[in-house]
Design a protein around this ligand. Structure first.
Ligand code: 5GP
Ligand code: ZN
Length: 139
């Protein structure tokens, strides 16, 4: 593990050193609930291999993450159920990236949820709401 990965909170989440509400994981990806959701069911899809951002992720990991995000988005629509979904990636601090381990936000959208970017934490941030939404996303 390189120095950047050793300091990375998402690598610590994958390793179980920091708790998370996990939705699913496979060989290449890990999916968990955002601690400060923009809407109910807001999840993050990350590659297990540490990489900084959109410019550094390899093609195989990018493919795995996007396909996983598609799966979670479909489940958000069918199980939460959401009315729509935004996939969001922030690349660089100027684009609001705050955690420098590549991630795709899967943000379920609800008619008239009023979400605007950058979103303010708090919508759907209650621990019980997060746990119930994670269960719905597990399918
Ligand atoms: P970014 O701004 O880098 O695109 O998004 C980082 C996201 O990670 C934010 O939405 C933030 O709420 C989430 N986040 C930061 N630290 C933690 C954490 O320790 N646990 C979880 N579950 N999410 C986190
Ligand atoms: Zn990392």
């Amino acid at each position: 593990m390189n120095a950047e990965a050793a300091d990375c909170i998402f690598c610590k989440i994958i390793a179980g050193e920091i708790p998370s509400t996990k939705v699913s994981e496979d060989e290449d990806t890990y999916v968990f609930m955002d601690i400060n959701p923009g809407t109910r069911g807001h999840a993050l899809v990350i590659p297990k291999r540490h990489t900084t951002d959109l410019t550094t992720i390899g093609p195989a990991d990018l493919t795995s993450v996007v396909l996983k995000a598609q799966e979670i988005a479909k489940r958000a629509l069918s199980s939460l159920p959401a009315d729509g979904v935004n996939l969001i990636n922030c690349c660089g601090a100027a684009a609001w990236q705050t955690v420098f381990h590549f991630h795709l936000h899967v943000v379920p959208r609800y008619a008239e949820d009023g979400l605007a970017v950058p979103w303010k934490p708090g919508q759907g941030g209650d621990a019980e709401v997060i746990a119930a939404a994670a269960e719905a996303l597990r399918g």
